[in-house]
Design a protein around this ligand. Structure first.
Ligand code: GDP
Length: 683
């Protein structure tokens, strides 16, 4: 995926001068998505007619307005529509780019649309109609207006919601170091126009930088998840807080659908983004206009086959204020579940970010390339198929769907499918997956076969009668959530919003939270109040373990909060330490580990430099008995008890108390060398 960024970044690079990576998020002009930062969303909320009003205010002339609209349209349509047609559409739609685009794109199918959807009206009357019928929930809530969510969905208006976890090449800090830039960065909130420019510039310059920087310094990349919405603070004081039965409420929520966090992993180029992008498209989560834009742009870049991949990759590029987007997040629904999808990077330079994504996942899809030679390349030592498989298992994922992808490349041959599944099966068993928890699905991400409906090709149906990918996702069992435990949320991103407070995003690992509750942040050991909670872009009164949320906080200085801080229940706080003991499983390492060995501790959303302070004992793999005390070194495959010392304080939990918060990974020089669980917190 990094490869596309390079190509994309190249195209944009020269258009922008400012390379301030902390510029405000700005998304693609046409795909309205909540991944923008606060002020930008605000500026658009009331102005769906994008270019008309601001230009008028600024006194632009008629021609300038027309040109500006045409430029924006060209970004979507490229050269596929004659200029005259575009001009006519702009004039007909009274300089409303969005409507003009709809007009042009729907011209071919206008008749059909009209008969299907009475709400489709002639241009001129459209403003109201489009606002009334803007493609269902996504747009409704984004525009921030109290609109009728029951209004008919117009397929062409459906927009993808994509959030990104970013690696900011310029933010080279780790752990809890507070980059004072955060304040500056958020200061852009008051300067929307500037934010607009800096973001684009940051994307442009960042795309190129990201690959090289991350290649040089993969271990120091700081991961931050940017949620794509501005939480609307719900005014409610703690006095009026109601006691809720969370378990009962959870069952009723989302129309009774369970929430599931899904990460997509696999070797670079296995087809992860294409597969999931196409799945989202087939599910109707991507509008036709956006898809058309990607098709045009990917064609222009000479990479037509990447159009679907850009649904997940590309949108983020244009929206992120960071340099590289790493884990794309979006939401879709199956029959019985609401899925938060995380598309993890496959390139080995981005494994730290993949770890963060996987740490927040309940289940995983491992994508492998069925083409001859390609599966083998990903599977052998150095390929990411094994490393990713091992990582997700070590991070607590127990259920796996293996998408044996690009089956079209091997003519849907059953023999090839079996060859791959038997090789992978053995490995996954060794990695700790139960056979019954792993499902293999033949797919073609590019062709869209066996994704949301069962494959029709006779080459497939003659030997495969199993589930399609969506059915498999639907049949995953949601894990037990620790809603009964004290509240814990590990911060994945911090940003300033419009109001008095600031926002943090992250996954609630344990417990639940209600609006108005007091929270303790560790470190810095300070309290604040949760003024608002947002889940999947909707303001909610409460949220519970397993939810990816955004909290609006007041009563604390934003400067004190960093990625990696844990918000917890003040009555039962999380412990903070620099020294702890752990049981580790040593991976396939070449150099034995000795006392004083420097490592990078990957824990939840942080990566913190640490040293192996003591080698306490070697343990028997299955019984856990001590087989050797104070070993001189640890070698591959060994189980051991060690003591770790971190540079700065980290908030940790014992594995026995909080499984979700007691796991970590150790990396050294770009390789994962061990997975561990916290057994004792020292000081
Ligand atoms: P990622 O790095 O794993 O996200 O892979 P991408 O989604 O970027 O895909 C890499 C390349 O494989 C692109 O050129 C895709 O068009 C191509 N590709 C993806 N899925 C398929 C498939 O099912 N069949 C074929 N023939 N090509 C595919």
């Amino acid at each position: 995926m990094s490869r596309h960024r390079n190509v994309r970044g190249y195209n944009y690079d020269e258009d922008f001068e400012d390379d301030d990576v902390y510029g405000q998020s700005v998304e693609d002009d046409y795909c309205i998505s909540p991944s923008t930062a606060a002020q930008f969303i605000y500026s658009r909320r009331d102005k769906p007619a994008m270019c008309a009003e601001p230009l008028e205010e600024e006194g632009y002339g008629y021609e300038a307005r027309l040109n500006s609209c045409l430029d924006q349209m060209r970004e979507v349509l490229a050269e596929s529509v004659p200029e005259q047609k575009m001009v006519q559409a702009v004039l007909d739609s009274k300089f409303d780019v969005q409507k003009a685009l709809d007009l042009v794109l729907s011209q071919g199918s206008k008749q059909n649309v009209k008969t299907k959807n009475e709400d489709t009206v002639t241009v001129g009357k459209t403003t109201k109609e489009f606002q009334r019928n803007p493609g269902g929930a996504n747009v409704l809530q984004f525009n921030g207006k109290a609109r009728d969510s029951q209004s008919a969905r117009m397929e062409s208006e459906i927009v993808p919601k994509i959030t990104k976890m970013t690696v900011s090449g310029k933010k080279q800090s780790m752990g809890f170091e507070v980059p004072c830039v955060i304040a500056e960065e958020n200061g852009h909130a008051n300067t929307p126009q500037k934010g607009l420019l800096t973001e684009d510039a940051s994307v442009a310059s960042g795309v190129l930088q990201a690959v090289s920087k991350s290649a040089l310094l993969p271990q120091v990349a700081q991961v931050s998840e940017e949620q794509n919405m501005v939480p609307t603070p719900v005014k409610k004081s703690s006095k009026t807080k109601l006691q809720i039965d969370v378990k009962a409420e959870l069952e009723k929520r989302q129309g009774g659908k369970q929430l599931l966090n899904l990460v997509v992993i696999g070797h670079v180029d296995a087809g992860k983004s294409t597969l999931m992008g196409h799945l989202l498209y087939l599910l109707g989560n991507v509008n036709k206009r956006t898809m058309h834009k990607y098709e045009q742009e990917s064609k222009k870049a000479g990479k037509a086959s990447f159009a679907y991949a850009w649904v997940l990759d590309e949108t983020g590029e244009e929206r992120e204020r960071g340099v590289t987007m790493d884990v794309g997040m979006t939401k879709f629904e199956t029959k019985t579940k609401v899925i938060t999808l995380m598309d993890a990077p496959g390139h080995k330079d981005f494994i730290p970010n993949m770890i963060t994504g996987a740490a927040q996942a309940d289940v995983a899809i491992l994508v492998v390339d069925a083409s001859r030679g390609e599966f083998e390349a990903g599977f052998e030592t150095g390929g990411q198929t094994r490393e990713h498989g091992l990582l997700v298992r070590s991070l607590g994922v127990t259920q796996l769907a293996v998408a044996v992808n690009k089956m079209d490349q091997v003519n849907w041959q059953q023999e090839r499918f079996q060859e791959i599944t038997s090789k992978l099966g053995q490995f996954l068993k060794q990695a700790g997956f139960k056979e019954s928890d792993v499902a293999y699905i033949p797919t073609s991400g590019l062709g869209g076969e066996n994704l949301v409906t069962r494959g029709q090709s006779s080459d497939l149906t003659q030997w495969y009668k199993g589930k399609c990918l969506l059915e498999q996702i639907d049949s995953f069992k949601p894990p037990q959530r620790s809603v009964d435990k004290p509240f814990r949320l590990c911060v994945a991103d911090v940003f300033k919003d419009q109001g008095s407070g600031f926002c943090v995003t992250g996954k609630i690992e344990a417990g639940y939270i209600q609006v108005g509750e007091r929270l303790l942040a560790m470190p810095p050991n300070e309290t604040c109040t949760a003024k608002g909670i947002t889940l999947h872009d909707e303001p909610v009164d409460w949220a519970a373990a397993g939810d990816h949320v955004s909290l609006t906080l007041t009563g604390m200085d934003i400067i004190k909060i960093n990625v990696g801080c844990v918000f917890c229940d003040p009555k039962e706080p999380i412990k903070v330490c620099t020294r702890f003991r752990a049981r580790v499983l040593i991976f396939n390492i070449e150099v034995p580990i000795t006392k004083g060995f420097p490592v990078l501790l990957h824990y939840q959303t942080i990566s913190e430099p640490a040293t192996i302070r003591k080698l306490l004992s070697v343990l028997h793999k299955s019984t856990g008995e001590v087989t050797k005390k104070k070993p001189k070194f640890l070698s591959k495959g060994q189980n051991a008890l060690i003591e770790l010392q971190t540079q700065r304080p980290v908030a940790l939990e014992l594995y026995k108390d909080f499984k979700e918060l007691g796991r970590f990974m150790l990396r050294y020089s770009g390789s994962t060398i061990a997975a561990g669980v916290v057994t004792e917190i020292k000081e």
